[in-house]
Design a protein around this ligand. Structure first.
Ligand code: SAH
Length: 258
């Protein structure tokens, strides 16, 4: 494999997250899929059965990866330190996320891994990812399968993405992804920082009576999509939060509450 021109090998910053996996065999098969493609980091969110013998059987020699897998309770925990999160989905959902095919997704993920942690998230065998879980992602990935039969086995979907990641990591001179227009000294905001911003944004919209009785969900979904697409830096998030704090202060003044 060509050595990518990154300060840290980008592969070390890529994690695969399996949410609520129902069959332990699929966890093992996913570990095997990752190891064949030179990836090593697996995180399990509330697996139904793990550790399990079946997982180790199906891992067929990738058991080191399984033994090292992190197990956490929620997707938010699994991606809290990530700069970029991609959610893999068997169908296009109502959640309005930017949607990539695996090749573009892998290029984007490898490019983002040059500056921070990146996660690729896979859903449950029966029901996939919930809309709330997809909302935690910056973008969605859909393997353009047969539209009448589009749901791959979980480990097969992991294999497709892992293969594309391997090709993107091998690209001479780094991956061909859209360049970021951020100042090189500015670190991209982490997932937790963005969630903090979204919570304050939601509160501010209430404080200034933006919704006027309408339900806030649709506006918040659109705003999340806008800001997630922009990949703001830590400094930009601080600036935005400063503006919100002032708007909140003015709303309190106007209310005669201060
Ligand atoms: N019945 C579920 C499919 C779950 S398949 C549903 O309709 O959502 C388990 C997981 O494999 C999915 O959550 C997704 O992460 C991944 N997956 C399966 N097929 C995929 C596809 N065509 N594109 C992207 N991811 C896919």
């Amino acid at each position: 494999m060509n050595t990518p021109a990154f300060p840290l090998p980008a592969a070390a910053r890529l994690r695969i997250v399996l949410v609520g996996t129902q069959h332990p065999g699929n966890i093992g098969a996913a570990a095997r899929a990752l190891k064949t493609m030179g990836l090593a980091r697996l995180v399990l969110v509330a697996p139904e059965q793990f550790p399990a013998d079946e997982a180790f059987r199906r891992a067929a020699g990738a058991d080191d990866l399984l033994a090292a897998a992190g197990v956490v309770a929620t997707l938010a925990e699994a991606v809290a330190d990530c700069r970029y999160v991609l959610g893999c989905t068997a169908r296009s959902r109502r959640v309005q996320l930017e949607e990539f095919e695996p090749r573009q997704a892998a290029a984007q993920a490898v490019a983002m891994a040059a500056e921070g942690e990146v996660a690729l998230v896979f859903g449950r065998e029966r029901t996939g990812l919930t809309n709330e879980e997809l909302q935690l992602c910056h973008a969605a990935v859909h393997i353009p399968a047969n539209p009448e039969y589009s749901s791959l086995n979980l480990a097969a979907a992991v294999q497709v993405l892992a293969y594309e990641l391997r090709l993107a990591l091998r690209e001479p001179g780094g991956p061909a992804a859209a360049p970021e227009n951020r100042h090189p000294d500015e670190a991209p905001a982490s997932h937790a920082q963005l969630e903090g911003f979204f919570a304050q944004l939601g509160q501010t919209l209430d404080d200034i009576d933006f919704h006027k009785g309408r339900t806030p969900d649709s506006a918040m979904r659109k705003l999340r999509r806008l800001f997630l697409r922009a990949h703001p830096s830590e400094q930009e998030v601080r600036l935005l939060r400063g503006i919100l704090a002032d708007a909140q202060r003015m709303a309190r003044l106007a209310d005669g509450r201060t």
